[in-house]
Write a protein of this length. Structure first.
Length: 472
């Protein structure tokens, strides 16, 4: 059989041999690099990172969460200042002044009689100290509306923090599931490589006894090389997904190596839970109502509208009179050691009414009303967006369920085809090409099943996010 191979076949087999040697050298090099990396990492004890721990780390260290919490502290300070405006102001003051007078000599008439006076100098000191207070009694309800606005802004910021945390939780789930997905796909590629190597051993032994052609040996060697590259690519994807997860958590790469716990994720899905899940999410109107009541971003929009309404009241207060009370108590004396001998107390009630200020107050009212109307539109848009998000999440969940069912059937069928093709080839009734195609179809089917499972898990979590009920 070998002597019948033409020049073209010999050239092709020669190229296959070169490719096989290149694959072996590349695999060896990458293996050495992997050993070096493992040796360097062994100096540190890896930390086993679960999904719950990853979410906790993200909530502690993620930049977006930290910035949102900082804004919350600022809004709390504004609320405290708004309440403080209801209290009387109190100030303590004191001072010193010195009056100096110079007088030149001369003559003056007093009662028609000329009187001569000499040049002179005099100076008077004045020491004073006092306590003053002022209290706004009425300013068109601007002070109380300012408190309401500050409280609404603080609540809006609080809901924004919760919304940011929910977004971070979802993103952490996406990245963590991405690591678990890549790990399982790596196992699929590794299992495929092991089957290819076992098949290569059988083909090689069969060739030694003349049962199969030498060309099949070379073809299988190339297939093993391709499968080795597939494992290397899957390993790279797995490591890259881990790096993306660690970077998003906001932890330092240099602190310690992390080992991701992917043992809790299923290798298969029990489709019997689909009916219960679909029943839970069957009432679209109820889901939208839940989203409106639970979504923190919508609650933030509600509080933003409330703050805008309070701003309108504050602006309108500029048309109303302001009533304030004032009082002061103090001491004054030319001699500091006798400062308390002279005391004074004053009380007052002040009323002011703006008559015309160049339409400034009217402009402020109009601007506040525009802000209120825009906040109202944002609030309505938030409701519409919640309905859209829930609808999309439902569609994604239904599609993910169907993909799980289809891929489970595809894996079973592809596995049967692969086994049949292998048996036919081993018995001499089939070709190597048929067996390779069947093996590739099986690997693709298993990979599709893995992807469908994680798509389903993400779809469930995305549904919780759309409803505003997502948690660890």
């Amino acid at each position: 059989m070998d002597t019948c191979i033409g020049s073209f076949d010999l050239f092709r087999l020669h190229m296959i041999t070169i490719a096989r040697n290149f694959m072996n050298n590349l695999t060896g090099l990458l293996g050495c690099l992997l050993i070096i990396g493992i040796t360097g990492a062994s100096a540190q004890t890896p930390k086993l990172l679960t999904l719950d721990e990853a979410v906790s780390l993200a909530l502690q260290h993620n930049v977006q969460v930290i910035q949102a919490q900082n804004r919350l502290e600022g809004s709390s300070s504004a609320t405290r200042a708004a309440y403080g405006a209801l209290l009387p102001s109190l100030s303590l003051g004191g001072g010193f002044s010195r009056d100096q007078r110079w007088q030149s000599g001369g003559v003056t008439l007093i009662g028609g009689v000329p009187v001569t006076y000499d040049a002179g100098y005099s100076a008077d000191n004045n020491y004073r100290a006092g306590l003053s207070s002022q209290l706004t009694l009425f300013n068109g309800f601007a002070n109380t509306s300012n408190i309401a606005r500050a409280q609404a802004n603080a609540s809006s910021t609080q809901y924004s923090v919760e919304s940011t945390e929910q977004s971070v939780i979802l993103r952490t789930h996406v990245l963590f599931l991405g690591v678990a997905r890549a790990y399982q796909l790596l196992n699929v590629a590794d299992d495929n490589l092991k089957r290819s190597r076992r098949q290569l051993e059988r083909i090689t032994e069969s060739n030694k006894v003349g049962a199969v052609a030498l060309a099949d040996v070379y073809r299988q060697q190339v297939q093993v090389g391709n499968d080795e590259l597939a494992v290397i690519s899957a390993q790279s994807t797995y490591e890259s997904s881990k790096a993306d997860l660690i970077a998003y958590l906001g932890v330092d790469f240099n602190e310690a190596a992390y080992s991701i716990d992917v043992s809790t994720f299923p290798a298969d899905i029990d489709t019997s839970e689909f009916s219960a899940l679909n029943s839970r999410y069957s009432d679209f109107g109820g889901l939208v109502a839940t989203g409106i009541g639970q979504r923190p971003d919508h609650q933030a929009a509600v509080e933003t509208y409330n703050a805008a309404s309070s701003s309108v009241t504050i602006a309108r207060a500029g048309h109303l009179p302001t009533v304030s009370a004032s009082g002061s108590f103090g001491y004054a004396n030319p001699e500091i050691d006798r400062l308390t001998d002279n005391r004074s107390l004053s009380l007052g009630l002040n009323i002011s009414l703006p008559i015309f200020n160049g339409f400034s107050t009217s402009n402020q009212v109009q601007q506040a009303q525009v802000t209120e109307m825009n906040a109202q539109e944002d609030l309505e848009q938030s409701k519409r967006q919640i309905a859209v998000d829930i609808r999309k999440a439902l569609l994604d969940l239904q599609q993910a369920e169907k993909r799980v069912i289809v891929t489970q059937t595809s894996v079973f069928s592809a596995e049967m085809d692969r086994k049949i093709a292998e048996e036919k080839y081993n018995l001499g009734a089939g070709t190597l090409l048929d067996m390779l195609v069947a093996a590739a179809n099986y690997t693709n089917a298993v990979s599709g099943k893995v992807n469908s499972i994680f798509d389903f898990l993400l779809a469930k979590k995305s549904m919780e996010y759309a409803l505003g009920t997502i948690s660890h």
